[in-house]
Every structure is written in C-alpha cells, then in structure tokens.
Ligand binder design. Sequence first.
Ligand SMILES: Nc1ncnc2c1ncn2[C@@H]1O[C@H](COP(=O)(O)OP(=O)(O)OP(=O)(O)O)[C@@H](O)[C@H]1O
Ligand SMILES: [Mg+2]
Length: 344
Amino acid sequence: MFKNILGAFSSDLAIDLGTANTLVLVKGQGISINEPSVVAIQYDKHGQEHILAVGQEAKDMVGKTPGNIKAIRPMKDGVIADFHVTEMMIRYFIEKAHKRKSFFSPRIIICVPYGLTQVERKAVKESAMNAGARYVYLIEEPMAAAIGAGLPIREPNGNLVVDIGGGTTEIGVISLGGLVLSKSIRVAGDKIDASITDYIKKRFNLLVGDRVSEELKIKIGTASQLPEELRTIVKGRDQVEGMLTSVEISSEDIREAIKEPLKEIGEALKSVLEKMPPDLAGDIVENGIVLTGGGALIRGLDKYLSDLVKLPVYVAEDPLLAVAKGTGRALDEIDLLQQTAFED
Ligand SMILES: Nc1ncnc2c1ncn2[C@@H]1O[C@H](COP(=O)(O)OP(=O)(O)OP(=O)(O)O)[C@@H](O)[C@H]1O
Ligand SMILES: [Mg+2]
C-alpha cells in the first residue's frame, strides 16, 4: 500500500547506460537526456577530484585537456573501466533528470551491456540506489534493442537484432520474450574509429586523434561502394616532418580502413546464424535482421551484411535511440515483465 502511494508520486526512469552515449527517459515524457558517456574531472592541488563537466561538454574536452583536467570515458569496450567515475556519471544523470520534474524515489530500469560481470552489475545498481532509486532493474541490451526496434518479441517467432554501439556489438535472437541465442564482441564504433586512426597514420603518415576519426567515419564512412564516392579534408600532424598539415581522404580510404572490424562483426553474425535452432531459422529467413545502435548508421552496412549472410538486413528507425526506447517500453510494462525480463 505504502509502495503504491510512493509509486504514484514518482517518475520512473529508463536509462540506456552506453559506452558511448547515455540516454535517460522519464516515464510519460520521453527522452530527456541524450549525452556522451564522458566525465571531465579536475584535480585540485590536494589531488581531490571535482566534476568539471559531464556529457557533450566533457566530450568536447577529450584530447584537449591541460594536465590537471582529465576527460574520462568510464565505460570502455562494454565494461566498466572506472567504477568510481561511472558511479559519478550515473548519479549526475539521475539528478539532472530529477531537476526537470519533482520526483520521489523513482523506480529505475537500466540497460547494461550484455557482457557485464556480476560485480559490474552490482556496482551499476548500487550507484542508482545511492542516487535515490527505490528499485533498480537491469535489462540486457539485445532485448532492449529488439523491443525498441519494434520487433514482436513476445510471439513464438524468432527475430534477430544486431546492436552496434560504441564498445560492443551485441547480437541477439529473441523469441517468446526471451533471448534464445546471443553473442557479444568488443568490436564496434570505438574499434572502427581506432582503425581509421591507424590507417591514416600508415597511409598518409598523418597523426589524428580518434575524435577526428569518428567525425570522418560519420561524414564519409561507408561499408559498401557508393555510386559517387565522398571526399573530405583531414588535418593532423605529419609523422615524419612533425608539421601540421592536411590531406584529402575519400570514402574508399575509410572503407579500406574499417574492413577488419566490419569483417569481425560479420563473422560474429555468421557464427550466431550457424548456431540457430532449425525451428527459428525459417523465421529469420522470413523476418530478416534488424540493425540498431549508432553503428547501424554507417553507410551501406545493411547491404554489406546482407551480401555476406544472404538475408535481408534492415536498419531500425532512429537506431541511436532504439535501446533507450526499448528500455522505456519495458518501464511501461514493469509489473508485467518483472518475472521474466529482469534480474534482481
Ligand atoms: N551517422 C553515424 N555513422 C556512423 N557511426 C555513427 C553515426 N552516429 C553515431 N555513430 C557511432 O555510433 C556509436 C555510438 O552508438 P551508441 O550510442 O548506440 O553506442 P552505446 O550504446 O553508447 O555503446 P554500447 O552499446 O556499446 O555500450 C559511436 O561509435 C558513434 O561514432
Ligand atoms: Mg548501446
């Protein structure tokens, strides 16, 4: 009874705690926070740390900070690299969502990478409890991605979703509201960016940061041949001469640069298809494969994967928002789903 009264006054939250981006959705209001998972910390002369910025403002500082400031991505490769900073970030985002609307001991569902260890899961839950949550539930990313992509997950009909985020690519086969088969590899946006950085260094003797590589990927990156290839100018430091300089780079260069990580994603997808229970195989042939996560936005990736596995591949609507939307939908059905989709 008391809990029900509390529930009536609280605005529950759904959080997509991603390696690259964190999204917070307030029940009944939609997405209220969508920011990079980056924290800028300043160290004072006593070595004490203070949060200088979180989110976009902090991401803009990456690679540009003086000695006493550090811009940290506390989650890397789909794992928690820095527990303390992750906790600070979770609290910051929950408190920020709080300020938008008065609320009281909310229930919070957090979508976490599939590969998180028990220790990491516990740390995430505790951070949210410390920030004032009444209950914290965790939901796994392939499930949230599938719900967010609008797949009919409850039916006795197999659906395959590939979520390509910043740290991990997660592949899940879902039927009757459960994950039948899944695979997570630590190859996604970040590795793709690092491959571009390496390629530019080798091919053009030019040193650029991963932020620049990410921009190139978004601007001209492609997985398949384009009718008209794209070009842009990239600035950096010449490795040999040490001078600041610029070169012209094409979408063909980027395609060559990202060949390896894309191949690994393709191999992971193939390995899941090879393990597919025969009764679900027919469903996948019929339904095709749905891509979510920011990596789904790489030009021609749907065609690249489709050519590889000889199945239809579709990009979900708003792939960057799919996991947050799916986590939000789970929040709407929290009482219904409690026994099945969540772990305590
Ligand atoms: N238009 C685009 N083209 C290509 N890649 C993009 C585009 N927009 C975003 N990305 C990439 O998508 C990735 C972030 O995706 P997303 O927000 O789904 O990851 P995440 O959920 O934070 O990570 P994870 O699920 O691995 O924890 C980044 O690597 C980013 O560079
Ligand atoms: Mg994600």
